[in-house]
Design a protein around this ligand. Structure first.
Ligand code: MN
Ligand code: MN
Length: 466
């Protein structure tokens, strides 16, 4: 390669240009990017619901020497603990030796719930030779995308006697899968004239689960009763047990490389497990245990972060209080000294739908982990807008550690918008900024990300907790 001229070097210094990570990275880094993606794909396949993601993370944590923590337990430097919040959200705490009053806690918060079809409380019915399960969709979905694809049923049932049942049907090759019907184009003339959002009504998202009538039986609803007998014989569950259950239908697909060159990954629920996985691995790979670190895997982000497992729950405050109390430091002082990366995905610029993006301020695929100073909609409404000082600090950190990163906002001004958990953490008086992986077809049953963006997100998190 030719030496750069003085003018070229000056231009490089003065201009901010997004860089394609695959182009910038040395061959060893490119190899690391591809290797890291294999572990991530295994995580995606094993963790399609928040409960499965929490269970997977607990397993990783225990292998890394973490032990269960309950609010009230005293913490000391060197402790590695995890707080499993009802199996739906998880807090991993690594107590450092640096003073909490000046260094605070480094927090990385990702969410592990993803859009899907939840079963209703009384879901099972029979109609015209079929048995179906009624659903109520969870999170922001384009309903038409959830028809005519193979679905798996995942979830937890609490039976009448209090015993628990974990269900996962549709992931093994030998399992049956489930399905939501759509209309044939031959009879779809009226449907095709409707706006996309109205073509499939919410009450049409019924999951096909059977069609075999009970043999030698004179009663009614023989298909439905056949399904109930199947559920009872195989899982010891009754129709009433659906009421105390969290069952959902998720795409039965596995994560796969996309494209001839394997630069990208297709999978269900990249949003936001693509940030959860780098947060976990950055923590477990971290050698320096000087800093106190809190990794959060939150639930309910896709529906507003409400409830006991959402980020609006006071449990995070209770935990930060417990950390401060253990060290005998005023919790308000610890919060004020803490910093957070709100680890969530952003929309990758899609040249097929260019008109909803403003290209200069969009996340470009494979150009690195994406910092979003603000999110929100309609004039930055409902956003945590990180301070110039905090963004400046993060920038310097990434420059020091050689992390390739970019900035983005979610689409054109007034094209729509969105939010993350950032504002709930900022509410605790903790500097917070959004960062994460750009995603194509976000919230679709099969989303796409770049392995390079996944890896640079891991590098960014590792730098943050170093
Ligand atoms: Mn998200
Ligand atoms: Mn989302």
């Amino acid at each position: 390669m030719e030496e750069k001229t003085k003018e070229q070097l000056l231009d490089e210094k003065l201009q901010f240009t997004k860089k394609n990570v695959y182009e910038e990275a040395a061959p060893e880094k490119c190899a690391a990017i591809l290797t890291y993606a294999e572990g991530y794909k295994a995580f995606l396949d094993a963790a399609k619901t928040e409960r499965e993601a929490v269970a997977f993370a607990v397993d990783m944590a225990e292998k890394a020497g973490y032990t269960p923590y309950r609010i009230g337990d005293v913490l000391k430097a060197g402790d590695k603990r995890y707080l499993n919040n009802r199996g739906r959200s998880l807090f991993l705490i690594r107590m450092g030796s640096a003073p909490l009053e000046t260094d605070g806690v480094r927090i990385i918060a990702a969410h592990v719930d993803s859009p899907r079809l939840d079963l209703k409380q009384i879901p099972l019915y029979e109609d015209s030779g079929f048995a179906f399960l009624k659903t109520h969709y969870y999170g922001g979905i384009k309903k038409y995308q959830w028809t005519t694809i193979p679905l798996a049923l995942h979830g937890t049932v609490v039976r009448a006697d209090g015993t628990m049942l974990e269900l996962k049907i549709g992931e093994c090759e030998s399992d049956p899968v489930f399905y939501v019907n759509d209309l044939l184009p031959h009879l779809g003339q009226e449907q095709a004239k409707k706006p996309l959002g109205e073509a499939i009504p919410g009450e049409a998202l019924n999951i096909l689960v059977g069609g075999l009538p009970l043999a030698n039986d004179d009663g009614g609803e023989r298909i439905k009763r056949g399904i109930l007998r199947h559920l009872y014989e195989n899982y010891g569950m009754t129709e009433e047990d659906f009421i105390s259950a969290e069952l959902c239908a998720v795409p039965a697909y596995r994560a796969r490389d996309i494209g001839f060159d394997r630069a990208l990954i297709g999978g269900y629920g990249h949003d936001d497990r693509v940030c959860a996985y780098p947060a976990l691995t950055a923590l477990f790979d971290s050698k320096n245990d000087n800093r106190t670190v809190l990794i959060v895997l939150a639930d309910k982000e896709e529906v507003g972060s409400d409830g006991v497992s959402g980020m609006q729950c006071d449990i995070i405050r209770d935990l930060l209080d417990a950390i401060a109390d253990s060290a005998g430091v005023n919790p308000a002082v610890v919060r004020a000294a803490s910093m957070c990366l709100s680890a969530d995905v952003n929309a990758a610029y899609d040249p097929n739908f260019a008109d909803v993006y403003e290209r200069r301020n969009s996340a470009m695929i494979s150009c690195g982990t994406t910092l979003s100073k603000y999110t929100g909609a309609r004039g930055k409404s409902s956003t945590n807008d990180a301070s110039a000082e905090y963004v400046g600090y993060i920038r310097r950190l990434f420059a020091e550690e050689g992390v390739i990163w970019q900035t983005a906002e979610l689409g054109r001004v007034d094209a729509g918008g969105g939010g993350t958990v950032a504002k709930y953490i900022a509410k605790l008086n903790i500097d917070t900024v959004d960062i994460g992986v750009p995603v194509i077809s976000m919230h679709a049953p099969y989303e796409v990300i770049s392995k390079a963006d996944l890896y640079t997100t891991y590098e960014a998190f590792a730098a943050f907790i170093k």
